[in-house]
Design a protein around this ligand. Structure first.
Ligand code: ZN
Length: 345
C-alpha cells in the first residue's frame, strides 16, 4: 500500500511521512476515525517506515511515498512481513470453538485486508468469519500474543510492528496488559492502534499513545450528487447500447479509483433496490436525473423479473473490483448484464 493509492488525506499523509523522516516515531500511535479510512493509512505508513528507498517529491501533493519495489515494501504490501503482527476482534467460529484470539485467524485476516485493501469494516470482517450474530472482542489471550510477538528479536533487524485493528473492542484484561507494554516499551517496537471510538478507549491508554484523528476521505453527499449523474448517464446508455457512447461512459466509471468505484457500485445497487421497492409499493422513486420523464419511467423497468439479475451483476462487479480486476472490462461486462436484465422486465 502506497500513500498515492489513498483518496484525499494529503495533509494527514504529509504529516505522517514527516514524522518518519524526522526520526521521531513514537512507539505507540493511534489513528482515530473510520477504520476504512484509517487502516489504509496505517498500512501505507508502515510500508513507508520500512521502505529501503523512500521517495521524496518536490512537486505534486504528496511530499514523500514508499518505493513499492524494495523487498521491505513488497513484504508489507502483501502483509507477509515477518515482523508485522495483527490483533483484531474475534469470536468462536465453526473452526475455533473455544478460546478464540487473533493468532487463530491470521491467515483469514490477511486475506480480508488484501481483498478490501484495508477498507473493510467490522461487519465485513464478521461476515468473513461467519459470526455476523456475535460480538467480537480483543481479549487477554490476544495480549499474551502481543507480548510474545513484540519480545521476539526482529527477523529483519528493523521494527517489530503490531497493528491493533478496532482497538475499541478490547476488553479490560487486554487493556490492562497492553498498558504494561505501553509503559515499558521495548526498543524498536511500534504499536499502531486503529479505533473508531474515542469514548470507548480507556483514558489510561489514550494518555500513552500519540493520537491522530482522521476524517473520512470524501463526503457522502458530494459523492452522491456525482454518482447520481454518472448512474443516470450510464443507465441511459444501457437502453441505447450504442457501443461508442457506452464505451465512453464505461471509461468514465473505470477512471474512478478502486475505492470510489466500489462506492459507486454500492450506490447503484441501493438505487436499484429502492426503485424496485418503491415501484412495487406504488411510490414514486426520484432518481434526480433532472429529466422528469426518465425519472418517472425508469423505476418501472425494475421488476420482480429482473431485480435479482441486476443485484447479482452489481455484486459480481463489486467483488471483481475488490479483487483488483481490470475496471474497464468489469464495467463493460456489468453493462451487458444490466442491459440484458433491463430487457427482461
Ligand atoms: Zn520500498
Amino acid at each position: 500500500m502506497q500513500f498515492k493509492d489513498i483518496v484525499g488525506q494529503r495533509d494527514t499523509i504529509n504529516r505522517l511521512t514527516s514524522i518518519i523522516d524526522s526520526g521521531r516515531v513514537s512507539h505507540a500511535q493511534m489513528l482515530l476515525g473510520e477504520a476504512a479510512t484509517a487502516m489504509p493509512l496505517v498500512w501505507a505508513y508502515l510500508q513507508y517506515l520500512c521502505c529501503e528507498n523512500r521517495q521524496h517529491h518536490d512537486h505534486g501533493d504528496l511530499r514523500a511515498d514508499s518505493c513499492d519495489d524494495c523487498p521491505s515494501c513488497k513484504k508489507i504490501a502483501s502483509l507477509m512481513h515477518p515482523d508485522l503482527h495483527f490483533i483484531f476482534p474475534t469470536a468462536t467460529t465453526s473452526k475455533v470453538k473455544e478460546k478464540p484470539w487473533s493468532g487463530e485467524f491470521q491467515g483469514e485476516f490477511r486475506d480480508f485486508m488484501l481483498q478490501t485493501q484495508g477498507s473493510g469494516n467490522i461487519d465485513d470482517w464478521y461476515e468473513t468469519l461467519g459470526i455476523e450474530n456475535k460480538q467480537g472482542l480483543i481479549r487477554e489471550l490476544d495480549a499474551d500474543g502481543v507480548v510474545s510477538d513484540l519480545s521476539l528479536k526482529a527477523y529483519e533487524g528493523g521494527w517489530r510492528m503490531m497493528v491493533i485493528w478496532m482497538a475499541e473492542k478490547m476488553n479490560e484484561s487486554f487493556a490492562n496488559k497492553l498498558l504494561k507494554t505501553l509503559e515499558e516499551p521495548l526498543p524498536g517496537t511500534l504499536i499502531m492502534l486503529v479505533s473508531e471510538s474515542d469514548e470507548r478507549m480507556l483514558s489510561t491508554i489514550k494518555s500513552r499513545v500519540q493520537t491522530l484523528r482522521v476524517e473520512s476521505g470524501t463526503r457522502k453527499e458530494e459523492n452522491n450528487a456525482e454518482f447520481a449523474e454518472m448512474l443516470v448517464g450510464w443507465l441511459r446508455m444501457l437502453f441505447k447500447l450504442k457501443m461508442k457512447e457506452l464505451s465512453a461512459q464505461v471509461d468514465k466509471m473505470a477512471s474512478l479509483n478502486r475505492e470510489q468505484l466500489k462506492l459507486f457500485l454500492q450506490y447503484a445497487l441501493k438505487v436499484m433496490r429502492d426503485c424496485f421497492l418503491n415501484s412495487a409499493a406504488g411510490v414514486e422513486c426520484h432518481l434526480g436525473s433532472g429529466d422528469e420523464k426518465f425519472d418517472a419511467q425508469f423505476p418501472r423497468m425494475i421488476t420482480v423479473n429482473n431485480i435479482e439479475l441486476m443485484e447479482e451483476a452489481l455484486n459480481d462487479a463489486i467483488f471483481a473490483v475488490e479483487r483488483n480486476a481490470y475496471a474497464k472490462i468489469a464495467m463493460m461486462e456489468l453493462s451487458f448484464r444490466m442491459s440484458k436484465a433491463l430487457k427482461k422486465r
